[in-house]
Ligand binder design. Structure first.
Ligand SMILES: NC(=O)c1ccc[n+]([C@@H]2O[C@H](COP(=O)([O-])OP(=O)(O)OC[C@H]3O[C@@H](n4cnc5c(N)ncnc54)[C@H](O)[C@@H]3O)[C@@H](O)[C@H]2O)c1
Length: 457
């Protein structure tokens, strides 16, 4: 097939390699800037059983499953009692990792066997490829478990709908893994600064991007090849499909869905409403072995109480230029955010805007940083004083935890104490519609209007 497949030996796969391959799969963002490299500081010791202990199963122990396991090990009284994965490599990796922290989990290949055998579970965390989320999350809900399921809900809107309905019918909780919804920096920026304090005035435009360097297809260690009968049993045509599922239409939604799902969700959160329309252009222009578009540019229109706002989104897979961040712009200022604070964690004030010093005094912003120095270089023709950017007002909120931990904590708090979920299935379904329809808009090569009822189940 002309595919460049790396086949590292399993015994040479170190934690560093694992994190590297996680980054390729969309995880690096969530991990960088956190306490990685350190052991989970609050790993529950095997003997410590507390009254409010929750027994949890993890279904799907690949790159993201392990990231979630690492975060769960930091949350007190969460016991990972069972794990499931169809790949022995992932089962072994996760099982050994858990053992290191005193969690002896029962290990399964098939989630149906897990659900039949395990009694006394309260919750399941589903981190398998998108196309099996609906089946597995639905089965867990019907088995009486609360479910944390990774984004994107599904690569099919019908299946995503079925998840909302399953949660509603069973009365169990279903949290979807848009972890920025629980990130205290995003909550501060969007709920406190934009909503409560109207820092930006009327929001008129938003921009977000996720640009990533070119990459080879993911490979696998030779001794962990899955035989074809097993691949067939679980619906994968080959090891290439199995490892690179997000690039194939049967299993995922390509970069637009994989990466865009996080950021399009933010557009709706900031505007307080899903989009009214989308127009998009994209294509499979660079890679030979994918099915999904390798680049997409999309423009969404939002109709808010204050008027129309537009949001531009792009995802690129041949350049990492600018990386990944989101910018929300309004008449009085803008906010730049990213899961990695170095890429976005500040506000910028328009010269005519009401003063922000009182917000800084109240601890809602840090004081303005020194404005960009005026250039004195003789080579500069333009008077840079005219175009020099305003100073940055950094946000005062830090996240000293792995990026997914607060979202998992919110889920477990909801299970234990009825705290409202930050991303229940109904909310995630809205962004699932916007994101999946963007791929359709690329294909249709026209503006697609949304009806409000399309976002409801
Ligand atoms: N929230 C985030 O920041 C974030 C980041 C990355 C991935 N994700 C999501 O997490 C999910 C998993 O992504 P990943 O990067 O870990 O993929 P991955 O391919 O690394 O891992 C998937 C795992 O699921 C297993 N699997 C496949 N089919 C299965 C089945 N039917 N039953 C049980 N196990 C099965 C595979 O063997 C593999 O171990 C996806 O939905 C992805 O969109 C979320």
């Amino acid at each position: 097939m002309g595919i460049s497949e790396k086949k590292p030996a399993i015994d040479r796969i170190t934690r560093r390699d694992f994190l590297k391959s996680s980054a390729t799969a969309g995880l690096g963002v969530a991990l960088a800037g956190t306490a990685l490299g350190q052991s989970p500081s609050q790993a529950a010791p095997a003997a410590a059983k507390s009254a409010d202990e929750l027994r949890v199963a993890v279904i799907g122990c690949g790159a993201q499953g392990r990231v979630l396991i690492e975060s769960m090990l930091r949350i007190p009284s969460v016991r990972i009692a069972a794990i499931c994965d169809i790949w022995s490599y992932s089962r072994q990796y996760a099982g050994n990792y858990l053992k290191k922290y005193g969690h002896v989990a029962n290990v399964y290949e098939d989630y149906r066997e897990l659900l039949a055998a395990e009694k006394g579970l309260q919750a399941a965390v589903v981190a398998t490829p998108d196309w099996v989320h609906a089946e597995q999350a639905g089965a867990c809900l019907r088995a009486g478990l609360h479910v944390y399921c990774e984004k994107e809900m599904s690569n099919s809107l019908d299946k995503a709908r079925s998840m909302v309905l399953a949660a509603r019918e069973t009365g169990k909780l279903l949290q979807i893994g848009h972890q920025r919804r629980s990130n205290p920096r995003y909550i501060h920026a969007i709920n406190r600064l934009i909503r409560e304090h109207s820092l930006l005035g009327r929001v008129t435009v938003a921009y977000a991007q996720w640009n990533r360097a070119k990459a080879d297809l993911l490979g696998w260690p030779e001794k962990y090849v899955i035989d074809q009968a097993t691949l067939d049993k679980y619906g994968y045509g080959s090891m290439t499909e199995f490892r690179n599922w997000r690039l194939f239409k049967k299993f995922g939604g390509g970069p637009m869905v994989d990466l865009g799902s996080h950021q399009i969700d933010l557009f709706s959160w900031v505007h307080g409403t899903p989009p009214k329309s989308v127009v998009a252009s994209g294509g499979l222009d660079y890679y030979k072995n994918w099915e999904w578009y390798d680049n997409v540019m999309a423009i969404y229109e939002f109709e808010t109480k204050e008027g129309t706002s537009r949001a531009f989104y792009q995802v690129q897979t041949t350049t990492q230029h600018g990386g990944f961040y989101e910018t929300f712009m309004g008449e009085n200022g803008s906010l730049v955010l990213s899961e990695i604070p170095q890429r976005g964690n500040w506000a910028m004030r328009e010269p005519h805007a009401p003063e922000w010093n009182s917000l800084a005094k109240a601890g809602l912003l840090l004081s303005e940083s020194v404005p960009i120095q005026k250039s004195t270089t003789k080579n500069v023709y333009v008077d840079v004083r005219v175009t020099a950017e305003a100073g940055r007002w950094p946000l005062p909120v830090e996240l000293a935890k792995p990026a997914h931990q607060p979202h998992l904590e919110n889920f477990f708090d909801a299970v234990r104490r009825g705290t409202p979920l930050n991303c229940p299935a109904e909310v995630a379904y809205e962004s699932c519609v916007a994101v999946l329809k963007t791929n359709e808009a690329v294909k249709a090569r026209r503006v697609m209007d949304f009806r409000p009822e399309q976002f409801k189940v």
